[in-house]
Ligand binder design. Structure first.
Ligand SMILES: *Cc1c(COP(=O)(O)O)cnc(C)c1O
Length: 382
């Protein structure tokens, strides 16, 4: 009867057991974790907006005006005018006809991929795509799923060339969540045009961080194409919670009719949408946050070069330090924690076998001294 016990023991023996820590107080560069002060490089609050006074005030005001719950799903009891305003503002700002808001990025991808991708379609998916893209593709029951090696455009082209299906979808992260690198989106869109495919881009880690006014990775790379459907999340750089999909009117209308994670889930509390609207204003105006993130990124990358591990190059806020085996990486994370620094150890299945790493994520809330403190600790432990 103790099979789960056995399974958990097996995880522990492989160095794969995950642990949860309890954080007191708001998201900041320094957190109180299990009662201990920790300098944290663990969050996706890249712009430092998760506890920004404008967002907190907007949430307080919305709470007084709209209360808390949404009642039922958006198609049953209506969606809040705050959510509607957020959709409109996102669409106008990003230059799409329409936007559909989802409760989270995971829910968005689980809903939109099966709704978009027909059962006789062929899907082309980067090997390092986020788990929720992979799960969305599984749920789609697509006829043919081609997984191409990370960023390998020759392999993608070969698969597109040999695909029998008339409907083709290329699905990719824009910024890879555990590697911090960018998908070659220009080449992907060019291939989509050549082979008459559509592209779904998940910009969870580029939205707010890259591009003009923080419009994201497509803006950063200067890409505009009617073949691209764009999704991003509001829980990372935007500092709140939620996600959205941006596309043409027809696509969005179809998603509203068919995305099961939109239809069969409770609508978003207006307070979250109100906070997101305040966040959009900060994202657009506070160029200095992106500037700071870039400067801290360069400082960190220069410092990591002197260490005996592989630091993956990155223009995003994600800076992976690959140690390889699961035990080395957990030992290193523990040693850092003993010094009051929190960097998460990322192990399989989040990353491939043998590629366990520290995932250092920066925020505009970090100071140069804090980045130096991390580098000094890593040097001592090397
Ligand atoms: C975090 C993440 C998601 C999920 O977004 P949530 O809003 O946290 O559910 C989706 N895609 C990618 C690439 C992510 O990194």
């Amino acid at each position: 009867m103790n099979t789960f016990d056995d399974k958990l023991r097996a995880l522990r023996e492989q160095g794969l057991l995950r642990q949860r820590r309890t954080v007191e107080g708001p998201q900041e560069a320094v957190l109180t974790v299990n009662g201990q002060k920790m300098l944290a490089f663990a969050s996706n609050d890249y712009l430092g907006l998760a506890n920004h006074p404008d967002l907190v005030l907007a949430a307080h005001e919305a709470l007084d005006q709209f209360g808390l719950g949404a009642g039922a799903s958006a198609l049953i009891s209506g969606h809040s005018e705050r959510v509607a305003a957020l959709e409109t503002e996102l669409a106008q700002w990003l230059g799409y006809e329409r936007v559909l808001h989802f409760s989270t990025g995971y829910m968005a991808n689980l809903g939109i991929i099966p709704a978009l991708v027909g059962s006789d379609a062929a899907v082309f998916s980067d090997a390092l795509n986020h788990a929720c893209l992979i799960d969305g593709i599984r749920l789609s029951r697509a006829d043919a799923v081609n997984i191409y090696a990370h960023g390998d455009m020759a392999q993608l082209e070969d698969a597109l060339m040999h695909a029998q299906a008339s409907e083709k979808w290329i699905i990719t992260d824009a910024v890879f969540s555990m590697d911090g690198d960018l998908a070659p989106l220009k080449a992907i869109v060019a291939l989509a045009e050549q082979y008459d495919a559509q592209v779904l881009v998940d910009d969870a880690h580029g939205f707010g961080v890259l591009g003009e006014e923080g419009r994201g990775t497509l803006s950063h790379l200067g890409i505009r194409s009617p073949r691209v459907i764009y999704m991003a999340t509001l829980g990372k750089a935007a500092g709140v919670y939620g996600a959205f999909v941006a596309a043409s009117t027809h696509v969005i209308e179809w998603l509203m009719q068919r995305a099961r994670t939109y239809i069969f889930t409770t609508g978003t509390p207006p307070v979250l949408a109100a906070a997101c609207l305040a966040s959009l204003r900060r994202i657009r105006k506070d160029e200095y946050r992106r500037q700071r993130l870039r400067e801290l990124g360069v400082r960190l990358q220069v410092g990591l070069k002197g260490l005996p591990w592989v630091a993956l190059p990155s223009v995003s806020a994600i800076h992976p330090l690959v140690l390889g085996d699961n035990f080395s990486v957990t030992r290193m994370a523990d040693a850092l924690r003993d010094r009051g620094i929190w960097v998460p150890a990322i192990r399989p299945p989040t990353v491939p076998e043998g590629a366990a790493r520290l995932r250092i994520s920066l925020s505009a809330n970090h100071s140069e001294e804090q980045v130096d403190e991390l580098l000094a600790a890593l040097r001592i432990l090397a």
